[in-house]
Design a protein around this ligand. Structure first.
Ligand code: SF4
Ligand code: SF4
Length: 137
């Protein structure tokens, strides 16, 4: 295993840092999360959802709720296992193409981008060997 990857997996989660970051955009992001009507109208505008035979895990709202939504719900108190799971959701399952359309103006890419920043602050992000080994598209 590469040293950088090992380091990622061993390091304790800095919950204080995650909380600070969550607080920075709390108003806007919590508004998006609470206003989502779970109508799935955004789903068919996501090519990854369509390319994966409408697998619900690729729905734009699912991806935002199970990454950023979980971080808010748990108030940043997450372990590395959960952060690693979110890594797949926000990098492998979304390419930030911005095509997902929500009729009430929820901006999924900005939620995913923010979740990525929080994960990066904990040194959780795809390693080159993962990107080449898995299908990230
Ligand atoms: S993000 Fe918008 S379109 Fe997608 S499920 Fe939520 S309310 Fe519906
Ligand atoms: S930004 Fe992400 S969720 Fe939105 S359409 Fe593109 S891949 Fe799908």
């Amino acid at each position: 295993m590469e040293n950088s990857k090992l380091g990622q997996e061993m390091k304790p989660v800095d919950v204080k840092k995650i909380k600070e970051m969550l607080n920075l955009k709390k108003g806007k992001m919590k508004r998006y999360l609470s206003h989502c009507a779970h109508c799935s109208l955004c789903a068919e505008s996501c090519f990854l959802y369509m390319a994966h035979h409408k697998d619900p895990q690729y729905m734009p709202a699912y991806k935002a709720i199970h990454s950023l939504g979980t971080l808010y719900k748990k108030k940043g108190k997450v372990d590395r296992k959960l952060l690693t799971k979110m890594k797949g959701i926000v990098w492998r399952n979304c390419v930030l193409c911005g095509r997902c359309y929500c009729p009430i103006g929820i901006h999924i890419p900005s939620m995913i981008t923010f979740a990525r920043s929080i994960l990066r602050s904990q040194e959780v992000y795809p390693q080159p060997d993962e990107v080449s080994a898995e299908s990230w598209l």
